[in-house]
Write a new protein. Structure first.
Ligand SMILES: Cc1cc2nc3c(=O)[nH]c(=O)nc-3n(C[C@H](O)[C@H](O)[C@H](O)COP(=O)(O)OP(=O)(O)OC[C@H]3O[C@@H](n4cnc5c(N)ncnc54)[C@H](O)[C@@H]3O)c2cc1C
Length: 374
């Protein structure tokens, strides 16, 4: 509880500066990024002996819940998630000693920004149909292909890129590579304008015979799917924890507003439909918290928690979207105005049901495991 409180206090004080303006002009906050590094967010899952915070899964989700509660810059949090789960974690878990030595420290202290590139034009939900391919040469690979919707790409220094290296279809024959910005044959597109999470940057990347050394392989050759599954499972749990914080923030805002906004001579909290909406939001928070903590506890016990994380992400992201709409509605026309921040929250929430596995894909995944268990 103390971890969550400390994180929320920090986030509220340091991370939401000029959010309305920055959302309008799609500006990523370097200042916020460095504040997060100083606080220890980028390093929280790295063991203490490696210079990190050494937090386990249960403490990690508590910190993230606090950050989501205090921070209104959801774009910054999206950038952090892509960095921590898509870049720091793969290097930490699967990287060579040399990779860890070279990259972890600057990735933790805010000097470097990481991105991860899996999605392609025709490989979104069906990730393992990706076509970006590497030709194996002596001591190096030549990679060609195109990746889309890559969070952080315009500002990133290091990219974790998933590439087909084998002839087999599907999960087998995928490898994971670390590629530095500026590598020959590696091109980053312009920032893409998007509906929400506008303070995080996004673009496509193009690899045109990009030469990458054998030493840039993360994990084993043809075993990139193992790296991806571990990374995405943590990411789902992590983003769900952040969104839990956001739901709690919305609950607090709405409860306060409903008590003070008077219509027909009484506070709107006195109208059953309004109080039902707030109760619904609080219920979402309670159920979502149970799911996120169940996933974290499973991880803490050493289980991969793949399905638990998928369930938490599915429920919390859908709830976040639902609650952001409820919050806007409770505020009437004020909610619809940019100044109040609730229309931005709703735009941000919409993305959460798409990235890190769409709700439909997660539903399918959970349904299939149920079948197997039966
Ligand atoms: C804000 C944001 C940040 C992102 N950041 C990154 C990033 O950093 N790196 C990266 O690699 N990618 C990133 N992505 C891409 C993201 O992972 C993909 O958008 C996502 O996997 C879905 O792929 P798609 O958009 O191609 O949709 P599609 O796969 O084309 O899906 C279209 C629709 O069909 C539905 N659908 C697909 N399969 C099924 C099925 N089996 N059953 C039922 N319905 C189905 C989907 O749910 C969706 O509604 C990001 C996306 C967003 C929005």
């Amino acid at each position: 509880m103390e971890l969550k409180r400390t994180a929320a206090r920090f986030a509220k004080a340091k991370l939401s500066e000029d959010i309305i303006t920055r959302d309008k002009i799609c500006e990523f906050s370097r200042k916020g990024w460095l504040e997060c590094a100083k606080f220890g967010l980028q390093s929280m899952v790295v063991p203490e002996e490696g210079g990190g915070g050494g937090l386990g899964p249960v403490d990690t989700v508590s910190v993230l819940e606090g950050i989501g509660l205090g921070c209104m810059d959801n774009g910054l949090l999206c950038a952090l998630s892509a960095h921590i789960w898509g870049c720091v974690l793969p290097i930490l878990r699967f990287g060579t000693e040399q990779q860890k030595k070279r990259y972890l420290s600057p990735l933790m202290d805010g000097a470097l920004i990481g991105a991860n590139a899996m999605t392609e034009l025709e490989a979104g939900s069906d990730v393992y149909s990706l076509k970006t391919a590497a030709k194996k040469k002596k001591g190096h690979f030549l990679i060609s292909g195109r990746k889309v919707f890559i969070t952080n790409a315009p500002v990133a220094d290091i990219f974790v890129v998933y590439v087909r290296t084998g002839n087999r279809k599907g999960m087998a024959g995928i490898s994971c590579f670390l590629i530095e910005k500026g590598a020959k044959g590696f091109f980053v597109g312009k920032n893409i304008d998007k509906m929400g999470l506008r303070t995080s940057t996004m673009s496509e990347i193009v690899l045109d015979g990009c030469r990458v050394s054998d030493e840039n392989l993360i994990g084993r050759y043809n075993s990139g799917a193992v790296v991806f599954n571990e990374s995405i499972s943590w990411e789902r749990m992590g983003v769900a924890a952040l969104q839990l914080g956001a739901i709690e923030r919305l609950c607090n805002i709405c409860a306060g507003y409903a008590k003070t906004r008077e219509v027909f001579g009484r506070p709107i909290a006195g109208f059953k439909i309004v109080s039902d909406r707030i109760r619904d939001m609080e219920l979402c928070l309670k159920k979502g918290r149970a799911l996120v903590h169940r996933a974290a506890k499973a991880r803490q016990c050493g289980r991969p928690a793949f399905i638990e994380s998928a369930k938490a992400k599915l429920y919390v992201s859908e709830s976040y979207l639902r609650c952001s709409r409820q919050a806007l509605q409770i505020h009437g026309a004020y909610g619809y105005m940019t100044e109040y921040g609730l229309e931005r929250e709703m735009r941000d929430a919409m993305a959460s049901t798409i990235h890190s596995g769409t709700s439909e894909v997660l539903q399918e995944m959970i349904r299939k495991t149920r079948k197997v268990v039966r």
